[in-house]
Design a protein around this ligand. Structure first.
Ligand code: SDX
Length: 431
């Protein structure tokens, strides 16, 4: 806490209201308004939390103007090039890159928690075969709280670690089970001899009837996508996990709440919506019509995968995924995918249009990711599930950071009331 003060003038009586200024290690400072209501009987107002810091955190830093994203201080570009998803997972959870023995031990721990309770498989039978996999994921993850209630003392760091390992390890297994349920194939058990992403491909695409050859290009592409989706400071789903977790609820239930928040097309659901949008646009010659619709205030159509609450520059993750598209599609022999061609042309036209330039609307992480998922054989309705697998790491890291803070208290925002003032009940005969 600095000794600098932010001074507000109360218009009612011209009195000065001095508020402390809080500075972090890098990035904007914040005015500490915690005592404002108690001392001055006034709230602050910030729907959508555009200018509100809900907490302090040491996990991820974003500079939206410069297009900078740091995980525990390391640029995401360096981690994407040199690290692996499980190493980044360790970094986000523990705050430091692991030594070789630490990474080997952590990898072994995650591998040995990938199986789910056998009875959990029967939960899927309650869903119709065409249930959206995000609905199955949030339901089944929430049901984990019924299996591990004896090891979820959220105030015990040992239990907090066990929860972290279990949820991160089991997300791919549950995701694959949802996919297999959709396509009517038998569930495939995880294998402890495979790395995280190869295991996911194995559980998604192998069948008991014949051997399945894991494509290392696909596993490497998934690993990179998961690194890029692992965390993103106080986004809607992470804030949901923090708020749910602040009540002391079962951590699996808090993660299920985060999955539900991520599902929305304004958030993680955008990657699925981008592919649907590209399919609707259909061809390059239709682009101008859809750009016009995106600019039309009377048309609810938005360019999915474009714009961001924080990035007012190119999303650094989108830049990496865009480059990755060419490399992965070429390695998979799908370099002339018409969807990529359409997406590239759409971006080129939009970024020259004054509307997008003035509003600083650039492609975000969701604009290109679906093109790679599709090339890997993952169906569109599973794209947000893939996002959730990776983001479970960020959700857990923020939940742990919040729970290990002795000053943690339940989140309970206030409001500006606009409803009817006091009035007395009238009998129906007088209405
Ligand atoms: C993710 O928060 C995170 O960090 C999220 C995320 C993460 O890793 O967790 O990065 C992942 O969710 C990425 C965003 C995915 N969503 C989409 O791609 C959906 C399309 N984008 C928009 O709906 C929108 O840009 C948001 C939701 C992403 C951001 O919304 P904001 O910050 O509330 O901005 P806004 O809606 O107020 O838009 C500002 C202006 C508006 O015009 P005006 O009212 O000022 O005239 O820009 C316009 C909007 O109409 N606008 C768009 C647009 N996005 C914003 N116009 C056309 N197409 C778009 N995509």
């Amino acid at each position: 806490m600095s000794d600098k003060r932010f001074v507000l003038t109360n218009p009612d009586d011209q009195s000065s209201v001095e508020l402390p200024l809080i500075s972090g290690s890098v990035g904007p400072s914040a005015v500490d308004i915690g005592a404002l209501y108690k001392k001055h009987g006034i709230f602050t107002y910030d729907p959508g939390f555009v200018s509100t810091a809900s907490c302090s955190s040491a996990i991820t830093y974003i500079d939206g103007e410069q297009g900078i994203l740091l995980y525990r201080g390391y640029p995401v570009e360096q981690l994407a090039e040199k690290s692996s998803f499980l190493e980044v997972t360790y970094l986000l959870l523990k705050g430091e890159l692991p030594t070789k023995p630490e990474l080997e031990s952590f990898t072994h721990t995650i591998q040995y928690h990938t199986m789910i309770k056998e009875t959990l498989k029967y939960f899927f039978r309650g869903f119709h075969h065409d249930a959206h996999p995000m609905s199955m994921l949030s339901s089944v993850v929430s049901s984990l709280s019924a299996f591990y209630h004896d090891t979820t003392d959220i105030y015990d760091p040992v239990d907090r670690d066990m929860f972290a390992w279990r949820i991160i390890a089991k997300m791919p297994t549950i995701a694959a089970a949802a996919y297999k349920h959709n396509i009517g194939q038998p569930f495939i058990y995880p294998r402890n001899d495979l790395d995280y992403c190869s295991n996911l491909l194995h559980m998604f695409f192998s069948v008991p009837a014949e051997p399945y050859q894991i494509d290392p290009v696909a596993a490497e592409a998934l690993d990179l996508l998961f690194i890029l989706h692992a965390d993103h400071e106080q986004n809607a789903s992470t804030s949901t996990v923090r708020l749910a977790g602040s009540s002391g609820t079962n951590p699996y239930a808090a993660i299920a709440a985060g999955i539900s928040a991520l599902w929305g097309p304004a958030h993680g659901g955008a990657n699925e919506a981008v592919l649907e949008m590209l399919a609707e646009i259909g061809s390059v010659k239709e682009i101008d019509k859809y750009i016009a619709r995106a600019k039309d205030k009377n048309d609810s159509f938005r360019l999915m995968g474009f714009g961001h609450r924080v990035y007012k520059n190119y999303d650094p993750r989108a830049k990496i995924i865009r480059q990755m598209c060419h490399k992965v599609l070429e390695k998979l022999g799908k370099q002339d995918d018409p969807l990529l061609e359409l997406a590239l042309r759409l971006e080129e036209i939009a970024l020259k249009d004054d509307y997008f330039v003035e509003k600083k609307l650039y492609p975000n992480v969701d604009f290109y990711s679906g093109i790679i998922y599709k090339a890997l054989g993952i169906p569109t309705n599973m794209f947000t599930v893939m996002f959730a697998i990776a983001r479970s790491v960020g959700w857990v890291a923020h939940w742990q950071e919040m729970l290990s803070d002795p000053a943690m208290r339940i989140g309970r925002p206030r409001q500006v009331y606009t409803g009817a003032p006091h009035r007395d009940y009238q009998p129906i005969s007088k209405r």
